[in-house]
Design a protein around this ligand. Sequence first.
Ligand SMILES: NC(=O)CCC(=O)C(=O)O
Length: 264
Amino acid sequence: MKIACIQLDIAFGNPETNFARVAEKMTEAKENGADIIVLPEMWNTGYALTELEALSDSEERAKSFIADFAKKNQVHVVGGSVSTHKNGAFYNTMHIADKNGEAVGEYDKAHLFGLMDEHVYLEAGNSLNLFELDGVTCGGVICYDIRFPEWIRAHALNGAKIMFVPAEWPAARIDHWRVLLQARAIENQCFVVAVNRAGSDPKNEFGGNSMVIAPWGEVRMQLGMEETIGYTEIDLTEVDEVRGRIPVFDDRRETLYKKTEKNL
Ligand SMILES: NC(=O)CCC(=O)C(=O)O
């Protein structure tokens, strides 16, 4: 499986430019042999949160755009996330289409990031994000979600062998990004494919450093800060091999992990 990570420099508050640039970059990734294309977080608008009424995706444009591209090019697309307007609220939403153009997943970011005002403008989602690509169970979470190990664990316990993580993670905390992603891969014995954006917006400089990490924790791909596309091949048999080597999932003691008055 060849994975293409599109580390895009997102145009702030400019969906037209961003749709055109994503189309161009996905075409390049397909021409370079990608089986799965992964986009960053909020790629349609960036964090133009005060302009969501006018700019966010209210008619599933991104969902159709991703599915159409996937079908036409016979490639799976993990569509990062876009700002959406649905059911009377705004969300940070991931769309996933398989290579037949089927919409196989839709996820609203579950943990809203206060430092970037998400809690002021967005509603949180409440559901896991599990989907299948070529018969492989995958999971997808968004950016700040990686600070909640139990959330990624919930996906792994439900069979995820690859976790996709689109992000807009600032350069100021890029050390946290690298360490958290590597920990999530090691503790869940799964591949982590994390795609951050490049460039800056009025409030933040973003850190790039998109990464692909193997189930044993090795960093198989790591980009710099600039806009680019990174490619890696992954072999899913590594997941079972690592899970066999140290049987973390069998050794869990679920009953010990609940907070109780007595143990405080
Ligand atoms: N877009 C985000 O969720 C950013 C999360 C972040 O920067 C963090 O430190 O966590």
